[in-house]
Ligand binder design. Sequence first.
Ligand code: MOS
Length: 768
Amino acid sequence: MSIKDAAQAVMKKAVQAAPDAWMPGSELDPLIRQKHGLIGTPVSRLDGPQKVSGAAQFAAEFPMDNMAYAALKYSTIAKGRIKELDTATAEAAPGVDLVMTYRNALRMKPAPPFMSSAKAAGGDDLPIMQDEEIHWNGQPIALVLAETQEQADYATSLIRVTYETEPAVTVFEDAKANAEVGIFQGQPLHVETGDAEASLKSAPHNIDVVYTTPRHSHNPIELHAVTVGWEGDNLRVHDASQGVAHTAWSLAQVFDLAEEQIHVTSPYVGGGFGSKTLWQHHILAAAASKLAGRPVRLMLSREGVYRIVGGRTRTEQRVAIGAQADGGFDALIQTGTVAMGRHNNMPEPFILPAMAAYNSGSFLLRVEAARMDMLSNTFMRAPGEAVGTFALECGVDELAENLGMDPIELRSRNEPEKDPTSGAPFSSRHIVEAYRTGAKRFGWAERRAKPGTHRDGEWLIGMGCATATYPYYRMPGGAARITLTKDGRATVEIAAHEMGMGTSTTHTMVTADRLGLGMECVTVKYGDSHFPGVVLAGGSQQTASIGASVSAAHRELVTELLKVAGKDSPLPGLDADEVIGLDGHLCQSDKPGRRESYVSLMARSGRDEITVEANAPPPLEATHWSMHSHGAMFCEVRVNAVTGETRVSRFLGSFDCGRILNPKTAASQFRGGIIMGLGLALMEETQFDERSGRVMNPSLADYHVPVHLDVPKIDIIWTDIPDPHAPMGAHGIGEIGITGVGAAVANAVYNATGKRVRDLPITLDKTM
Ligand code: MOS
């Protein structure tokens, strides 16, 4: 059966089972079944020309009258308090307008917790420049405002500070003694069914090994920046944000204002990856602006991003699998410890992949968090899965070798029928198919089962594979506004984000298809906290959230138009579920010849425009179904037998992520994730000085990420089988690309060299 046939069979089944559709009480999203239109065609980014010509304005490029430039000074101890603070020389330096410290800062409330009910998950809820207390090495202790950036930077070097230090926990081994089970999204990271330790012992085959992954720092190419100004009691914020509504709401809490008094916009973002949320620089810039009575621009230096923007924490993961000779798992254990800031609640949830990946007779999955005096952790592309799949999927590879079985065969023998830990049915899962097509295209059959046996001169060649996975999320709070004008054009407004993923382009396509208009007749406006909805560009959920919100608003619009149409129109008595948009018309869906154009409907209404707004339905789909994006990663490496250097020579990602809306931007998202995964596998490591708690490599000179020469041709394919239970049939694709890559590379390195590297990154010293 071809993929297309399979997709159609799935759709037929789903349509027959329509009552359990994602939107309660409504039909399946008609766009899933649509066979024509823009969805599925490759469309270049609409914002491409603005970006390449330099016309796109980023947060630190918005001018404001009489604006001053800010620079931060950071603490150099991990814990204690400021003893002496001499700002006189800095205040007298050329161009300096203000030096703000805890002594003269406004009284502000801490930022409310982000994405967690207890403590902040991304970042912390510490007071900001309110007292002399120091909580981590790198905490901002002063802000200098000056006429130029250079003057502000220079003046920070003139501030003299001494500290009274207190004992700090900066050694991971020490912190581990007090580790406690981590809480993620309100749930303890602990899953236990059966007696996994006993089953492991009694299984005829088993592996039991420990993997470690280092800290990672966020390095979006655009530095975190804000340009802010007060207009009376109203605050205007030009931000680089993946959560404009949340940032506005949080700033309102900090400054005791109504949410409407804060206006955050973020039309362009140069990468976010989980880091472009609210951090101290927003609050400090707004406070300094109030104090100085003038607008302020605060763009963090690259070092500043390492000091105050959280990253991915280090992990230590035990993976143990017990199996029968036929490969069936008796026990799957993934447990371990992560480091976590003291005022933070982001224990890297590395067990998430194992919760839904394989059948097993028993499970023991647990993450413990060890509190340290350090910068708070945050979300970083596929938090949990990126490093969790490294350990899990290397473990599966080690077991396959122990069993003398092909690793793909071992995975398919443990492929579950339903979610193995929750028992929920899968909404859509075709991972075996992704492996089959991926293996064929990659030439997996050419792989030598015995490691270290394929050599080309001084290069050892090997292949590895691994499963990629990321959950489907759709957060509550989505809403959208649609305006249809009398010339038959539509504008969508939604507080969503374009960080370079292609979102604005893709949703222009989706909306155009939904309305039956050409893309030139549709404008999608986003990145503005005054627009409807709370749509976070995070958790790979933005597309589902926008799609569901626009679908709901569209339904309102159609209802309104049918009212307007009245009895004289060719569409009498139909309701919103019985019509579709096609060629600039509203048509009866099963009889598209019965139709009336938008222009004519608008003329009938006698109005210049009709505006509707609606909330997305609650995200019930993910409570009923176990929903995930899936993929199979294939990697070929060449490891130099003399130097130990690893070069990735080929890579293929074979994805199963529901319907692919825009193949061009989707392929780019997958590829970008894989490139970030190559960094995770081979290069990225935040070096943390355990004596002082200070990050030692806060620059792109010392913290390595892949550059062009490190990246081979990356081949991308997908099943394109729609998920009948997701809006538009689509799953998120923003984060899955980084998952499984670390393991695919490590497994390939093993196949090339016979050496298991269980400690990321795989630098040349470890392969020798
Ligand atoms: Mo992603 S780490 O949810 O931006």
